[in-house]
Design a protein around this ligand. Structure first.
Ligand SMILES: NC(=O)c1ccc[n+]([C@@H]2O[C@H](COP(=O)([O-])OP(=O)(O)OC[C@H]3O[C@@H](n4cnc5c(N)ncnc54)[C@H](OP(=O)(O)O)[C@@H]3O)[C@@H](O)[C@H]2O)c1
Length: 329
């Protein structure tokens, strides 16, 4: 079973470019090796995916590039991301060039600033670990980084630039000062974390939302779990709708995301799962009543809280997300 890529819906960005309405995530986390992620990319190409959400920090772009090599480039949508330790002015162009070389391509369709903070931690660090060099968001510093992102567009190395893990107050400043506005914003989005305010804001600004952890990342590492976290695919509303459609609740998460207007980027290295996720966006849509029922189960349950990026002792993860409408300093 595969899906004709021509029938996969696409969203039109403010530039006019078309982006497939679903992508394959490529973060293997602690569980899935670079080799296995690359195999998933290969299988996903076979079943009809043409959009891949990559990042330098996932440590697998070189293996993914080996799979993509030789595939007609114009048929692909490739996203990559600038990691937090490469925000400095002179690092950005070479870092992007490294992703280009690893992915065996001359250009990226979309390059995101992965987090708005230049704060780094060791891979797999405990959530309580803090970098002594960590700093709050400083807009002038972020704009230095953004100017280089704009330069990447000018040089033809990337077609669009965007943000990830950002907030309305930070986007307001960026939109005020940017020469090239973000084309997309990658943000955590799943039925228990719908972020309606940020979602509506980015759409109103002509920024395409891309939703990460669309299934609620049920297999995320223990360090990314807190006792209050809920499980989207066990929600009775999701389970009931899934039963009615004869699919796994994960597939309902993907349908909901695509129909709502965000681009889901689910990950799986199991062929039956990533195939079902692609099928989800081309067949058997949810009814309006089902969409409304899912809109009603939001629990504001952020899973990727980002604790390791905090910059001061005694802070809580909410400080990263400008919850009271002001940028925390
Ligand atoms: N910008 C950012 O900061 C950021 C942050 C996090 C993630 N991301 C991106 O978002 C992508 C997705 O996030 P994620 O992998 O954490 O979470 P996710 O896509 O919500 O969940 C992935 C897990 O869901 C299960 N699954 C997937 N499809 C399924 C299906 N059809 N039926 C049953 N189970 C299914 C799989 O578990 P099993 O393998 O156990 O079946 C899979 O490991 C990442 O790969 C990455 O590209 C970006």
């Amino acid at each position: 079973m595969s899906v004709d890529p021509a029938v996969v819906p696409q969203w039109r960005l403010s530039s006019g470019a078309l982006v497939p309405a679903i992508g394959l995530g490529t973060f293997g986390s602690d569980r899935v090796s670079a080799e296995e992620v690359a195999q998933a990319v290969s299988g996903a190409l076979e079943v009809g995916y043409r959009h891949f959400d990559c990042a330098a920090v996932y440590g697998n772009e070189d293996r993914i590039g080996q799979v993509l090599q030789g595939f007609p480039r114009e048929q692909l949508w490739l996203t990559s991301k600038l990691w937090n330790d490469k925000h400095a002015r002179d690092d950005i162009v070479p870092t992007c060039q490294k992703s280009l070389a690893d992915l065996r391509t001359d250009y990226l369709d979309l390059y995101l600033v992965h987090w708005p903070f230049p704060n780094v931690h060791a891979p797999g660090a405990h959530v309580d670990s803090r970098s002594p060099d960590a700093r709050p968001y400083v807009h002038e510093e972020f704009m230095e980084t953004w100017r280089q992102m704009e330069d990447l567009v000018d040089r033809g190395l990337v077609r669009h630039i965007g943000t990830s893990n950002t907030t309305i107050p930070k986007l307001q400043l960026l939109l005020r000062d940017a020469r090239i506005a973000p084309a997309a914003n990658e943000m955590e989005l799943h039925p228990h974390f719908q972020q309606p305010e940020l979602f509506d804001y980015v759409l109103a600004q002509g920024i395409q939302p891309i939703g990460f952890c669309p299934i609620g990342s049920p297999t995320r590492p223990d360090r990314d779990r807190t006792p209050d976290d809920s499980v989207d695919i066990e929600d009775p509303v999701m389970v009931a709708i899934a039963r009615d459609h004869g699919v796994h609740p994960a597939v309902i998460c993907v349908k909901w995301a695509a129909q709502r207007g965000q681009i889901p980027i689910p990950f799986s290295n199991r062929r039956n799962e990533y195939e079902a996720n692609l099928e989800a966006v081309v067949s058997d849509p949810l009814t309006e009543a089902e969409m409304r029922a899912i809109a009603g189960i939001d629990r504001d349950n952020r899973l990727i809280k980002g604790q390791v990026f905090l910059w001061r002792a005694g802070q809580s993860w909410e400080d990263l997300w400008d919850i009271d409408g002001a940028i925390a300093s």
